[in-house]
Structures are given as C-alpha cells and as structure tokens.
Design a protein around this ligand. Structure first.
Ligand code: SF4
Length: 145
C-alpha cells in the first residue's frame, strides 16, 4: 500500500482535525486522508508539501497561511517532527501504521502543550487549543470514546 506522505506539522494537525480547512477541496482531501490513516494506511514523514497540501488549489495557496515555500513552515515541520519523534516509530524512516495508542499519546502531550511549539506560529493555534480543551471531541481521527 502506498504510504500517506506527511510533513512534520501535519502530524499535529491530524490530532485536532474536525473537518475544517481552507477550502471545500482541501477539506475533502484531508478528510479522505485521515479516514485512510484510521483504516491502517501507513504513514511516512517527508519534508515539504505533502498529501494534505495536495488538496490546496492554487487559489487556496494564495490565502493559505501555510504557504509551502515559507521558511517558517519548514521550521514548524522541524519543531513538530522533533516533538513527535520520541512518540512514534519514525527513526528508521520506514512507513508505519499510526494506531490509536500513538494518537492517544500524542494527544496527551498536545493537550499539556509539550509537543506544540510548532503551533505557536500557526493561525489556527487558538482553535486547536480549544479542541484540546474540549477533550478532542468531534475529531475525525480516532475520536475519543
Ligand atoms: S495550531 Fe496549526 S500546526 Fe498546530 S495542530 Fe492546529 S493547525 Fe496544526
């Protein structure tokens, strides 16, 4: 199975994803990816634009905070991947299946702020903070019981 390619900060974004995004096309693409991840499609960490960014139309890129070419976005990726590496089997570089345990561990540390340095530069920061405060209710990926 071809793995989902995810850039660093999107390992955080999938934790709070409730079906909101920049455009309907973006949301449709991200929802499909998140569903496939929950169904066991493997993931791989990459640098630069990934399979979630692919949902952006050119018009969307113009209004999108996460302009793929911005150095600040690469910095967010680095901060996020460094933060989640201790929690995920990323060291070998091989694709892996993200399961509920991984997600629960990441959400715990997302909620206490310890893996969220990347979020400080993001325009969705307050929104994602509120989702964490609400116990991640309504999220698409491995929704809490
Ligand atoms: S604040 Fe931004 S980078 Fe952090 S999880 Fe939310 S959308 Fe992703």
């Amino acid at each position: 199975m071809v793995p989902v390619r995810l850039r660093g900060h999107h390992f955080l974004c999938i934790l709070t994803y409730r079906g909101h995004g920049y455009t309907p096309a973006f949301v449709e693409n991200m929802s499909e990816i998140v569903e496939q991840i929950e169904q066991g499609r493997p993931l791989t960490l990459i640098e630069g634009p990934d399979d979630i960014c692919n949902g952006l139309t050119p018009e969307c890129r113009e209004i999108c905070y996460h302009d793929c070419s911005k150095p600040s976005t690469s910095e967010m990726d680095l901060l996020a991947s460094d933060a989640v590496k201790p929690l995920l089997p990323l060291h070998s570089g091989d694709p892996f299946v993200l399961d509920r345990n991984h997600v629960d561990m990441m959400r715990k540390q997302f909620a206490d702020g310890s893996i969220r340095r990347a979020c400080e530069q993001c325009s969705w920061n307050e929104f994602c903070t509120s989702i964490a405060l609400e116990g991640f209710s309504g999220v698409k990926l491995f929704a809490p019981a």
